[in-house]
Design a protein around this ligand. Structure first.
Ligand code: LRH
Ligand code: MN
Ligand code: MN
Length: 388
Protein backbone atom coordinates (compact mmCIF):
# COMPACT_ATOMS: atom_id res chain seq x y z
CA UNK A 1 0.00 0.00 0.00
CA UNK A 2 1.14 3.53 -0.61
CA UNK A 3 1.43 6.06 2.21
CA UNK A 4 -0.66 9.10 1.14
CA UNK A 5 1.31 11.53 3.31
CA UNK A 6 4.61 10.32 1.84
CA UNK A 7 3.22 10.64 -1.69
CA UNK A 8 2.14 14.24 -1.02
CA UNK A 9 5.52 15.04 0.57
CA UNK A 10 7.43 13.65 -2.42
CA UNK A 11 5.22 15.55 -4.86
CA UNK A 12 5.73 18.77 -2.95
CA UNK A 13 9.49 18.23 -3.04
CA UNK A 14 9.67 17.56 -6.76
CA UNK A 15 11.84 19.95 -8.79
CA UNK A 16 11.63 20.50 -12.52
CA UNK A 17 14.14 22.80 -14.18
CA UNK A 18 12.88 25.03 -16.98
CA UNK A 19 15.10 26.17 -19.88
CA UNK A 20 15.70 29.84 -20.63
CA UNK A 21 15.31 29.23 -24.36
CA UNK A 22 11.77 27.91 -23.99
CA UNK A 23 10.67 31.42 -22.98
CA UNK A 24 12.04 33.01 -26.17
CA UNK A 25 10.73 32.91 -29.70
CA UNK A 26 11.49 29.75 -31.63
CA UNK A 27 10.40 28.00 -34.76
CA UNK A 28 11.41 25.62 -37.44
CA UNK A 29 13.87 26.26 -40.24
CA UNK A 30 10.90 27.47 -42.25
CA UNK A 31 9.64 30.22 -39.97
CA UNK A 32 9.97 31.69 -36.52
CA UNK A 33 6.64 33.13 -35.40
CA UNK A 34 7.22 35.99 -33.00
CA UNK A 35 4.98 36.27 -29.97
CA UNK A 36 4.05 39.39 -28.06
CA UNK A 37 5.70 39.88 -24.69
CA UNK A 38 8.54 37.38 -25.02
CA UNK A 39 11.73 38.18 -23.09
CA UNK A 40 14.26 40.52 -24.63
CA UNK A 41 17.23 39.31 -22.60
CA UNK A 42 18.28 36.65 -20.06
CA UNK A 43 16.97 38.76 -17.18
CA UNK A 44 13.47 38.70 -18.56
CA UNK A 45 13.70 34.97 -19.27
CA UNK A 46 14.57 34.45 -15.61
CA UNK A 47 11.67 36.67 -14.57
CA UNK A 48 9.30 34.45 -16.56
CA UNK A 49 10.83 31.28 -15.12
CA UNK A 50 10.25 32.73 -11.67
CA UNK A 51 6.57 33.23 -12.52
CA UNK A 52 6.33 29.54 -13.43
CA UNK A 53 7.94 28.62 -10.13
CA UNK A 54 5.73 30.91 -8.09
CA UNK A 55 2.62 29.35 -9.61
CA UNK A 56 3.65 25.70 -9.60
CA UNK A 57 6.04 25.56 -6.65
CA UNK A 58 7.89 22.93 -8.65
CA UNK A 59 10.28 24.79 -10.97
CA UNK A 60 12.95 26.28 -8.71
CA UNK A 61 15.77 26.51 -11.27
CA UNK A 62 16.27 27.82 -14.78
CA UNK A 63 18.90 26.50 -17.17
CA UNK A 64 20.96 28.89 -19.24
CA UNK A 65 22.41 28.40 -22.72
CA UNK A 66 25.75 30.07 -23.43
CA UNK A 67 26.18 32.20 -25.53
CA UNK A 68 22.42 32.61 -26.11
CA UNK A 69 22.22 33.98 -22.57
CA UNK A 70 25.37 36.07 -22.68
CA UNK A 71 25.61 38.82 -20.05
CA UNK A 72 28.55 40.85 -18.73
CA UNK A 73 28.22 39.76 -15.14
CA UNK A 74 26.96 36.26 -14.40
CA UNK A 75 27.19 36.69 -10.64
CA UNK A 76 24.77 39.62 -11.02
CA UNK A 77 22.44 37.43 -13.08
CA UNK A 78 22.49 34.72 -10.41
CA UNK A 79 21.82 37.37 -7.74
CA UNK A 80 18.86 38.61 -9.74
CA UNK A 81 17.57 35.04 -10.11
CA UNK A 82 17.81 34.52 -6.35
CA UNK A 83 15.89 37.76 -5.76
CA UNK A 84 13.20 36.43 -8.09
CA UNK A 85 13.12 33.20 -6.10
CA UNK A 86 14.87 30.83 -8.51
CA UNK A 87 18.35 29.37 -8.87
CA UNK A 88 20.51 28.80 -11.93
CA UNK A 89 20.21 25.25 -13.24
CA UNK A 90 22.43 23.64 -15.82
CA UNK A 91 24.75 25.65 -18.01
CA UNK A 92 24.23 24.45 -21.57
CA UNK A 93 27.32 24.78 -23.69
CA UNK A 94 26.70 25.90 -27.20
CA UNK A 95 29.45 24.93 -29.62
CA UNK A 96 27.34 24.58 -32.73
CA UNK A 97 26.41 27.96 -34.12
CA UNK A 98 29.68 29.46 -35.35
CA UNK A 99 30.84 29.05 -38.95
CA UNK A 100 34.01 27.50 -37.52
CA UNK A 101 31.95 24.52 -36.35
CA UNK A 102 30.82 23.46 -39.81
CA UNK A 103 32.85 20.23 -39.58
CA UNK A 104 32.39 19.83 -35.87
CA UNK A 105 33.50 21.41 -32.60
CA UNK A 106 35.53 19.19 -30.25
CA UNK A 107 35.86 16.51 -32.95
CA UNK A 108 36.72 18.92 -35.76
CA UNK A 109 39.73 17.78 -37.82
CA UNK A 110 41.28 21.25 -37.36
CA UNK A 111 43.07 21.59 -34.01
CA UNK A 112 42.47 25.37 -33.99
CA UNK A 113 38.70 24.84 -34.03
CA UNK A 114 38.97 22.14 -31.38
CA UNK A 115 40.90 24.55 -29.17
CA UNK A 116 38.25 27.21 -29.68
CA UNK A 117 35.49 24.73 -28.76
CA UNK A 118 37.23 23.48 -25.62
CA UNK A 119 37.89 27.08 -24.56
CA UNK A 120 34.15 27.78 -24.97
CA UNK A 121 33.38 24.80 -22.74
CA UNK A 122 35.88 25.98 -20.13
CA UNK A 123 34.26 29.42 -20.25
CA UNK A 124 30.98 27.70 -19.38
CA UNK A 125 32.64 26.31 -16.25
CA UNK A 126 33.58 29.91 -15.39
CA UNK A 127 29.86 30.73 -15.68
CA UNK A 128 29.13 27.84 -13.32
CA UNK A 129 31.65 29.23 -10.84
CA UNK A 130 30.00 32.66 -11.02
CA UNK A 131 26.40 31.43 -10.80
CA UNK A 132 26.73 28.45 -8.47
CA UNK A 133 25.38 26.13 -11.15
CA UNK A 134 26.26 22.49 -10.52
CA UNK A 135 25.83 21.04 -13.99
CA UNK A 136 27.53 21.60 -17.32
CA UNK A 137 25.40 20.14 -20.07
CA UNK A 138 27.34 19.07 -23.12
CA UNK A 139 25.62 18.39 -26.37
CA UNK A 140 27.66 18.22 -29.54
CA UNK A 141 26.21 18.73 -32.99
CA UNK A 142 29.35 16.95 -34.20
CA UNK A 143 29.21 14.23 -36.82
CA UNK A 144 29.44 13.76 -40.55
CA UNK A 145 27.01 13.88 -43.44
CA UNK A 146 28.71 11.49 -45.84
CA UNK A 147 30.48 8.15 -45.53
CA UNK A 148 34.22 8.73 -45.79
CA UNK A 149 33.97 12.39 -44.77
CA UNK A 150 36.13 11.88 -41.67
CA UNK A 151 37.47 9.09 -39.51
CA UNK A 152 34.84 8.13 -36.93
CA UNK A 153 37.60 6.56 -34.81
CA UNK A 154 39.82 9.65 -34.86
CA UNK A 155 36.81 11.76 -33.91
CA UNK A 156 36.26 9.60 -30.82
CA UNK A 157 39.90 10.21 -29.85
CA UNK A 158 39.42 13.97 -30.23
CA UNK A 159 36.22 13.81 -28.20
CA UNK A 160 37.97 11.96 -25.38
CA UNK A 161 40.78 14.48 -25.33
CA UNK A 162 38.36 17.42 -25.10
CA UNK A 163 36.19 15.81 -22.44
CA UNK A 164 39.25 15.04 -20.33
CA UNK A 165 40.34 18.66 -20.35
CA UNK A 166 36.90 19.92 -19.37
CA UNK A 167 36.48 17.23 -16.72
CA UNK A 168 39.78 18.22 -15.12
CA UNK A 169 38.52 21.80 -14.79
CA UNK A 170 35.49 20.83 -12.64
CA UNK A 171 35.64 21.47 -8.91
CA UNK A 172 33.49 21.28 -5.78
CA UNK A 173 30.17 19.64 -6.56
CA UNK A 174 30.35 20.44 -10.27
CA UNK A 175 29.67 17.67 -12.77
CA UNK A 176 28.95 17.29 -16.38
CA UNK A 177 26.04 15.82 -18.24
CA UNK A 178 26.86 14.28 -21.60
CA UNK A 179 23.81 14.38 -23.84
CA UNK A 180 23.45 12.11 -26.86
CA UNK A 181 21.38 12.45 -30.00
CA UNK A 182 20.81 9.94 -32.76
CA UNK A 183 21.00 12.39 -35.65
CA UNK A 184 20.61 16.05 -36.58
CA UNK A 185 22.32 18.19 -37.61
CA UNK A 186 24.66 15.43 -38.74
CA UNK A 187 22.85 12.94 -40.95
CA UNK A 188 25.33 10.12 -41.61
CA UNK A 189 26.83 9.67 -38.18
CA UNK A 190 26.83 11.58 -34.89
CA UNK A 191 29.85 11.44 -32.60
CA UNK A 192 27.65 10.89 -29.51
CA UNK A 193 24.62 9.17 -31.02
CA UNK A 194 23.33 7.07 -28.13
CA UNK A 195 23.37 6.45 -24.40
CA UNK A 196 25.95 3.68 -24.74
CA UNK A 197 28.50 6.02 -26.30
CA UNK A 198 27.79 8.66 -23.69
CA UNK A 199 27.99 6.13 -20.87
CA UNK A 200 31.28 4.70 -22.14
CA UNK A 201 32.85 8.16 -22.17
CA UNK A 202 31.47 8.92 -18.71
CA UNK A 203 32.86 5.68 -17.31
CA UNK A 204 36.29 6.45 -18.71
CA UNK A 205 36.25 9.96 -17.23
CA UNK A 206 35.07 9.37 -13.68
CA UNK A 207 32.14 9.87 -11.31
CA UNK A 208 31.50 13.53 -12.13
CA UNK A 209 30.51 12.54 -15.68
CA UNK A 210 26.92 11.42 -16.12
CA UNK A 211 24.50 10.85 -18.98
CA UNK A 212 21.69 13.21 -19.96
CA UNK A 213 18.66 11.57 -21.57
CA UNK A 214 16.83 13.91 -23.92
CA UNK A 215 13.58 12.07 -24.53
CA UNK A 216 13.38 13.35 -28.10
CA UNK A 217 16.78 12.02 -29.17
CA UNK A 218 16.02 8.38 -29.95
CA UNK A 219 14.89 6.29 -32.86
CA UNK A 220 11.14 5.71 -32.89
CA UNK A 221 10.19 2.75 -30.72
CA UNK A 222 13.23 2.97 -28.45
CA UNK A 223 12.48 1.73 -24.94
CA UNK A 224 13.62 4.82 -23.05
CA UNK A 225 12.60 3.46 -19.67
CA UNK A 226 15.07 0.64 -20.12
CA UNK A 227 17.82 3.22 -20.62
CA UNK A 228 16.62 4.92 -17.45
CA UNK A 229 16.67 1.66 -15.49
CA UNK A 230 20.16 0.79 -16.74
CA UNK A 231 21.72 4.17 -16.04
CA UNK A 232 20.11 4.58 -12.62
CA UNK A 233 21.43 1.16 -11.65
CA UNK A 234 24.89 2.16 -12.87
CA UNK A 235 24.71 5.46 -10.96
CA UNK A 236 25.23 7.41 -14.18
CA UNK A 237 21.90 9.02 -14.88
CA UNK A 238 22.59 12.72 -14.40
CA UNK A 239 19.62 14.40 -16.01
CA UNK A 240 16.65 14.39 -18.31
CA UNK A 241 15.90 16.84 -21.06
CA UNK A 242 12.16 16.28 -21.15
CA UNK A 243 10.07 16.99 -24.23
CA UNK A 244 7.94 14.93 -26.55
CA UNK A 245 8.07 13.98 -30.15
CA UNK A 246 5.95 12.48 -32.87
CA UNK A 247 8.65 12.26 -35.55
CA UNK A 248 12.18 13.45 -34.80
CA UNK A 249 13.47 15.94 -32.23
CA UNK A 250 10.14 17.80 -32.16
CA UNK A 251 10.68 19.50 -28.76
CA UNK A 252 6.95 19.52 -28.05
CA UNK A 253 5.60 19.69 -24.51
CA UNK A 254 6.60 16.73 -22.37
CA UNK A 255 3.75 14.30 -21.92
CA UNK A 256 1.87 15.67 -24.93
CA UNK A 257 2.71 13.03 -27.52
CA UNK A 258 2.94 9.96 -25.33
CA UNK A 259 1.88 10.41 -21.69
CA UNK A 260 2.13 6.66 -21.16
CA UNK A 261 5.82 6.74 -22.07
CA UNK A 262 6.37 9.57 -19.59
CA UNK A 263 4.62 7.50 -16.94
CA UNK A 264 6.78 4.47 -17.73
CA UNK A 265 9.90 6.61 -17.40
CA UNK A 266 8.78 8.12 -14.08
CA UNK A 267 7.80 4.67 -12.90
CA UNK A 268 11.40 3.48 -13.31
CA UNK A 269 12.56 6.58 -11.46
CA UNK A 270 10.12 6.06 -8.58
CA UNK A 271 10.78 2.32 -8.40
CA UNK A 272 14.47 3.14 -7.93
CA UNK A 273 13.59 5.82 -5.35
CA UNK A 274 15.38 8.59 -7.23
CA UNK A 275 12.50 11.01 -7.86
CA UNK A 276 13.38 13.70 -5.30
CA UNK A 277 16.12 16.34 -5.77
CA UNK A 278 18.52 14.63 -3.34
CA UNK A 279 18.95 11.85 -5.94
CA UNK A 280 21.21 14.14 -7.95
CA UNK A 281 19.14 13.55 -11.09
CA UNK A 282 18.13 16.83 -12.71
CA UNK A 283 14.65 16.76 -14.23
CA UNK A 284 14.85 19.42 -16.88
CA UNK A 285 12.61 20.52 -19.70
CA UNK A 286 14.17 21.10 -23.13
CA UNK A 287 11.34 22.33 -25.28
CA UNK A 288 10.31 25.00 -27.75
CA UNK A 289 6.90 26.55 -27.94
CA UNK A 290 6.72 27.64 -31.54
CA UNK A 291 3.00 28.30 -31.90
CA UNK A 292 1.57 28.06 -28.39
CA UNK A 293 1.86 30.62 -25.59
CA UNK A 294 5.15 30.02 -23.83
CA UNK A 295 4.58 30.47 -20.11
CA UNK A 296 1.29 28.52 -20.07
CA UNK A 297 2.96 25.77 -22.12
CA UNK A 298 5.77 25.53 -19.60
CA UNK A 299 3.29 25.43 -16.70
CA UNK A 300 1.38 22.69 -18.54
CA UNK A 301 4.63 20.76 -19.01
CA UNK A 302 5.54 20.97 -15.34
CA UNK A 303 2.04 19.71 -14.50
CA UNK A 304 2.41 16.84 -16.98
CA UNK A 305 5.60 15.69 -15.24
CA UNK A 306 3.89 16.03 -11.86
CA UNK A 307 0.95 13.94 -13.03
CA UNK A 308 3.16 11.14 -14.37
CA UNK A 309 5.14 11.18 -11.12
CA UNK A 310 1.99 11.11 -8.97
CA UNK A 311 0.69 8.08 -10.87
CA UNK A 312 4.02 6.32 -10.40
CA UNK A 313 4.03 7.17 -6.68
CA UNK A 314 0.52 5.72 -6.27
CA UNK A 315 1.46 2.42 -7.89
CA UNK A 316 0.93 -0.41 -5.42
CA UNK A 317 4.53 -1.69 -5.22
CA UNK A 318 3.66 -4.53 -2.80
CA UNK A 319 1.01 -5.87 -5.15
CA UNK A 320 3.42 -5.49 -8.05
CA UNK A 321 6.16 -7.36 -6.21
CA UNK A 322 3.72 -10.16 -5.30
CA UNK A 323 2.51 -10.48 -8.88
CA UNK A 324 6.08 -10.52 -10.17
CA UNK A 325 7.16 -13.13 -7.63
CA UNK A 326 4.19 -15.31 -8.55
CA UNK A 327 5.02 -15.00 -12.25
CA UNK A 328 1.62 -13.37 -12.72
CA UNK A 329 2.27 -11.53 -15.97
CA UNK A 330 -1.23 -10.12 -16.39
CA UNK A 331 -1.54 -9.29 -12.70
CA UNK A 332 1.69 -7.29 -12.72
CA UNK A 333 0.63 -5.44 -15.83
CA UNK A 334 -2.75 -4.71 -14.26
CA UNK A 335 -1.15 -3.14 -11.19
CA UNK A 336 0.89 -0.88 -13.45
CA UNK A 337 -2.07 0.02 -15.67
CA UNK A 338 -4.26 0.75 -12.62
CA UNK A 339 -1.73 3.31 -11.48
CA UNK A 340 -1.60 4.85 -14.95
CA UNK A 341 -5.39 5.04 -15.11
CA UNK A 342 -5.67 6.92 -11.80
CA UNK A 343 -6.89 10.49 -12.05
CA UNK A 344 -4.25 12.27 -9.96
CA UNK A 345 -5.43 15.80 -10.65
CA UNK A 346 -7.40 16.09 -7.38
CA UNK A 347 -4.33 14.86 -5.46
CA UNK A 348 -2.10 17.46 -7.12
CA UNK A 349 -4.62 20.20 -6.42
CA UNK A 350 -4.48 19.17 -2.76
CA UNK A 351 -0.66 19.17 -2.76
CA UNK A 352 -0.68 22.72 -4.17
CA UNK A 353 -3.19 23.90 -1.59
CA UNK A 354 -1.03 22.42 1.16
CA UNK A 355 1.86 24.47 -0.25
CA UNK A 356 -0.25 27.63 -0.17
CA UNK A 357 -0.55 27.69 -3.96
CA UNK A 358 -3.52 28.09 -6.23
CA UNK A 359 -4.67 24.54 -7.07
CA UNK A 360 -4.94 25.49 -10.74
CA UNK A 361 -1.67 27.15 -11.85
CA UNK A 362 -2.81 27.71 -15.44
CA UNK A 363 -5.98 29.59 -14.47
CA UNK A 364 -3.96 31.44 -11.84
CA UNK A 365 -1.54 32.54 -14.57
CA UNK A 366 -4.32 33.83 -16.78
CA UNK A 367 -5.77 35.75 -13.84
CA UNK A 368 -2.39 37.12 -12.72
CA UNK A 369 -2.14 39.82 -15.38
CA UNK A 370 1.49 38.83 -16.12
CA UNK A 371 0.80 38.13 -19.78
CA UNK A 372 -0.86 41.52 -20.32
CA UNK A 373 1.98 43.21 -18.47
CA UNK A 374 4.78 41.66 -20.52
CA UNK A 375 2.93 42.27 -23.77
CA UNK A 376 2.68 45.95 -22.89
CA UNK A 377 6.22 46.32 -21.54
CA UNK A 378 8.36 44.16 -23.80
CA UNK A 379 8.68 45.16 -27.38
CA UNK A 380 10.98 43.23 -29.73
CA UNK A 381 11.36 39.91 -27.88
CA UNK A 382 14.43 37.80 -28.42
CA UNK A 383 14.64 34.58 -30.33
CA UNK A 384 15.56 31.44 -28.47
CA UNK A 385 18.71 31.19 -30.53
CA UNK A 386 18.21 29.28 -33.76
CA UNK A 387 16.23 29.59 -36.96
CA UNK A 388 17.38 33.16 -37.50
C1 LRH B 1 19.90 19.44 -29.12
C2 LRH B 1 19.35 19.89 -27.79
C3 LRH B 1 20.46 20.21 -26.82
C4 LRH B 1 20.58 21.70 -27.01
C5 LRH B 1 19.11 22.07 -27.07
C6 LRH B 1 18.78 23.46 -27.49
O1 LRH B 1 18.89 18.99 -29.96
O2 LRH B 1 18.46 18.94 -27.29
O3 LRH B 1 20.08 19.90 -25.50
O4 LRH B 1 21.28 22.33 -26.01
O5 LRH B 1 18.60 21.09 -27.95
MN1 MN C 1 18.39 18.49 -25.20
MN1 MN D 1 17.17 18.20 -28.81
Amino acid sequence: MTDPAAVRRDLAAQSIDTPSWAYGNSGTRFKVFGQAGVPRDPWEKIADAAVVHRLTGAAPTVSLHIPWDRVDDYAELAKYAAEQGVGVGAINANVFQDDDYKLGSVTNPDSRVRRKAVDALLACVDVMDATGSRDLKLWFADGTNYPGQDSMRARQDRLTEALREVYARLSGDQRFLLEYKLFEPAFYHSDVPDWGTSYAHCLELGPRATVCIDTGHHAPGTNIEFIVAFLVRAGRLGAFDFNSRFYADDDLMVGAADPFQLFRIMNEIVEAGVHTPDSGIAFMLDQCHNIEAKIPAIIRSVMNVQEATAKALLLDRDALAAARAAGDVLGANEVLMDAYATDVRPLLRLVREEQGLDPDPLRAYHRSGHQERIEAERVGGTQAGWGA
